[in-house]
Design a binder for this molecule. Structure first.
Ligand code: MSP
Length: 535
């Protein structure tokens, strides 16, 4: 049976395009997991969805990294891109478009865009003097530097003095228009704290920024003056547009923005907020393109309370993490444990405790023991109970009825942690309900109808929880649905066309008398790895 949803508008979401100077770090994994969760939630609701990720491959940082490795920049990029693709596969993330900024089609879009801005009279040649952080690929204002001329983000790297002839973009021209955008579209920058940061930065007065570099080959030549190379950020932001077009069509700016533009959500980390919330909209204004709907700047992750970094020797390898614990565990921990938008910490003991408590005990054990009872007391079927006959103030029905609204709001506001907490509250209430009602005693007393009523309410609550958690833990949700007797794959991108969101998100959907699947643990308890003993 196929279900045809009502028309839902398209939804496009992006992650940053990651620098390929190294293998993906946990920060890149964090944003990409979040983007995948949002994409999955919109797909579940039946929206056509385009999730974009990719790699930012030009610029000095990449060029230097390649030189240090003794390979050409292109060879270097080709090699490292594979590491990103591999990690997304391990994390059960299947993006719709993977854009590489070194692709020829991207060059064509960049040239067209440059031409538009040039024709607006928004590009001019000038002299750029200032401190440059190669790791940020950004000129820094003197007042933002640490006392010893080091970047505040890359504290182990000195900034470099530059005095060169560059092309500039007239950002200052867009001061008023930007302020108007922030006022008219108050949700454009989220969360609120980041919005305030941008507002005060813009209020100080915008300065034009240079969009080309000399003495750098690794990038696209400036179309009007090939002795200059386009600044990596000017080129990279445009990757979001190139990605919109079907890669089999000839590249064209007009065609690229015909379907998915404007992008609904740009997910980024807080360190690249200015580029996305100030430079990017101004570039789009200059080219006469409509504004994206939302730029969301999430917080930074630390490990055991410490800033992560190669020099600190405390990086967290996302590949090792997912290979040890599996994709659902990693996805769940970061979204459940850290309030999206705020900084958050990774600590392995906490990681294990959260997963064991929520997924192994509360959710997994609940399903397992209830299914076993249904096997024994109801002959392996969903109890034959009409959900409408359950009182509206039944403790689980009441929670389950209120849940879809809370969860919808949480996901659409990217409040993943709130979504998890609300869903887990139903699961916890179900455990309590089961213990209080003790269906094993009811059954022994020959109270078949009462036994079935209890088991139905619990199984239905687990089903609803699994459905609403499916964007975060699709693997576990697939197993739960299969054990409840459904043949549904939450990894199928057409899920929103196959089953109705309105039906499945609501409490009371589990078909009475449906044949149940085999009970088996959906999440194995995790053990803390043995500490490495010193010799
Ligand atoms: N190439 C640019 C983005 C261009 S988008 C057109 C870039 N790349 S990056 O690889 O350096 O960073 C990618 C993302 O990782 C950024 O959103 C950044 O905020 C995020 N993170 C880097 N370290 C992080 C943590 N420790 N924690 C969370 N996110 C972090 O910037």
């Amino acid at each position: 049976m196929t279900f045809t949803p009502v028309d839902q508008p398209p939804f496009a979401i992006t992650t940053p395009l990651y620098y390929v100077n190294g293998l993906p770090h946990i920060g890149s994994a964090y944003t990409t997991i979040a983007a995948d969760v949002v994409a999955r939630f919109y797909r579940l609701m039946g929206h056509p969805v385009l999730m974009i990720t990719g790699t930012d491959e030009h610029g000095q940082k990449i060029q230097r990294t390649a030189e240090d490795r003794g390979v050409s920049p292109q060879e270097h990029c080709d090699e490292f891109v594979a590491g990103f693709e591999r990690l997304w596969g391990l994390l059960n993330i299947d993006c719709d478009r993977f854009i590489r900024t070194t692709s020829a089609r991207h060059n064509a879009i960049v040239n067209e865009f440059f031409q538009r801005v040039w024709e607006q009279g928004d590009i001019y040649k000038g002299q750029q003097q200032g401190w440059y952080c190669v790791s940020c690929e950004e000129f820094k204002e003197e007042r933002d530097l640490l006392p010893n001329q080091h970047c505040a983000i890359h504290t182990n790297k000195p900034v470099e003095w530059r005095d060169e002839s560059n092309y500039f973009f007239k950002l200052s021209k867009y001061q008023e228009q930007l302020e108007q955008l922030y006022a008219e579209q108050p949700d454009f920058i989220q969360p609120e704290a980041r919005r305030n940061e941008v507002l005060s930065f813009v209020k100080r007065g915008l300065q034009d920024f240079s969009i080309s570099r000399v003495n750098l080959d690794w990038g696209f030549p400036v179309p009007t003056d090939p002795d200059h190379t386009l600044y990596v950020w000017f080129d990279a932001l445009l990757g979001y547009i190139t990605a919109l077009q079907d890669p089999s069509d000839p590249p064209s700016l007009e065609q690229a923005i015909a379907h998915w533009w404007p992008i609904n959500t740009h997910l980024i980390g807080k360190d690249i907020l200015r580029f996305h919330a100030v430079y990017w909209p101004a570039m789009l204004m200059s080219a006469g393109l409509p504004m994206p709907k939302r730029v969301y700047g999430h917080g930074f992750l630390t490990k055991d309370g410490q800033k992560m970094g190669k020099s600190q020797g405390n990086t967290l390898d996302p590949v090792a993490l997912v290979e040890t614990y599996g994709p659902d565990a990693v996805r769940y921990y970061f979204l459940r444990e850290i309030e999206f938008g705020k900084d958050g910490d990774f600590n392995e003991t906490r990681f294990i405790n959260v997963l064991n408590a929520d997924l192994a005990n509360d959710l997994g054990n609940l399903l397992n023991r209830t299914l076993k009872m249904a096997g024994r007391y109801c002959d392996g079927h969903v109890p034959d109970v009409d959900p409408q006959s359950i009182a509206t103030d039944h403790s689980l029905r009441a929670i389950g009825t209120a849940l879809p609204k809370t969860v919808f709001e949480a996901y659409t506001h990217l409040a993943f942690s709130q979504a998890c907490t609300a869903i887990l509250a139903l699961v916890q209430a179900s455990n309590k309900f089961l213990d209080e009602q003790a269906p094993w005693s009811l059954y022994k007393q020959g109270k078949q109808a009462e036994t079935e009523a209890v088991l139905y309410a619990v199984l239905e609550s687990v089903r609803q929880a699994a459905y609403l958690l499916s964007p975060i833990i699709p693997g576990i949700s697939n197993q739960i649905y299969a054990q409840l007797g459904f043949a549904i794959d939450f990894d199928d991108k057409a899920i929103g066309q196959q089953i109705s969101y309105a039906d499945h998100a609501a409490w009371g959907y589990l078909p009475p008398a449906q044949v149940l699947g085999e009970a088996s643990p959906v999440f194995q308890r995790l053990e803390l790895p043995e500490p490495v003993s010193s010799p």
